[in-house]
Design a protein around this ligand. Structure first.
Ligand code: DX5
Ligand code: ZN
Length: 221
């Protein structure tokens, strides 16, 4: 499976966004991870629908939109997405997971279901045929800069086995939260293939974004 990097744009210094995007394009970044929060499903607020619209005008890189909002199926019409983009909805955020994922597929985008650290893999059982990817939260969502919840590594391993056994080996596994250089290696070994780069890797202040991306590539290749 192709190893991909999805930098979390909420972690960028917004005054350097233009330069950051130029580096993403130059380095062949596969997706831009956009965190949308509603202050209910998670306590925080971050980026919004207008931000996505703007971003789409300035880059050809597909978006990986992580919706941390309640009832995401009611909000999809607000969001500018289409073919090539990933839209991720949390299993815990709606009683209508099937409806939400179906609506994403109908618009030609790739559908992803998200599992919080406390949510079991079984939550995916009845939507497997709608999935292009599963996002395993490796921290509780809402804030950058948190510490990896170790048990989520076993969940990635179990999920890869579960998907393969059920005939869904094409379904990708993304991990989000404290995907540091050290943790990315372990997440890859566990079976993940899309890595959300946040404050602990792509946007680490210890080197430039370009150097960090190159380092991440070498680790996950
Ligand atoms: C967590 C967010 C992540 C986060 C990742 O809710 O979805 O995108 O910004 O960054 P770090 O590496 O700081 O955990
Ligand atoms: Zn995210």
């Amino acid at each position: 499976m192709k190893m991909q990097i999805s930098p979390s744009v909420m972690c960028v210094d917004f005054f350097e966004l233009k330069e950051a995007i130029a580096v993403f394009e130059q380095e062949g970044i596969e997706y831009i991870h956009v965190d949308i929060m509603d202050g209910h499903f998670v306590p925080n607020f971050t980026l919004g629908t207008d931000f996505i619209k703007q971003l789409k005008k300035h880059t050809f890189i597909p978006m990986d939109i992580h919706l941390m909002v309640e009832r995401p199926e009611e909000k999809l019409s607000w969001i500018d997405f289409g073919k090539g983009d990933y839209i991720a909805v949390h299993c815990e955020a709606t009683p209508h997971l099937h409806k939400a994922l179906s609506a994403i597929k109908e618009r030609g985008a790739k559908a992803m279901a998200v599992l919080n650290p406390g949510t079991p893999i079984a939550a995916l059982e009845n939507v497997l045929d709608l999935l292009d990817g599963v996002l395993v939260m490796t921290v509780n969502p809402g804030f950058a800069g948190q510490k990896l919840i170790e048990s989520t590594l076993e969940k990635i391993t179990a999920l890869r086995e579960y998907l393969d056994k059920k005939g869904y080996s094409h379904v990708e596994i993304e991990c989000d939260g404290n995907v540091s250089f050290e943790n990315a290696k372990r997440m890859k070994e566990a079976g993940a293939n899309i890595f959300v780069g946040g404050t602990s890797s792509v946007f680490s202040k210890e080197a430039t974004i370009e150097e960090n991306i190159k380092k991440m590539r070498a680790i996950i290749k």
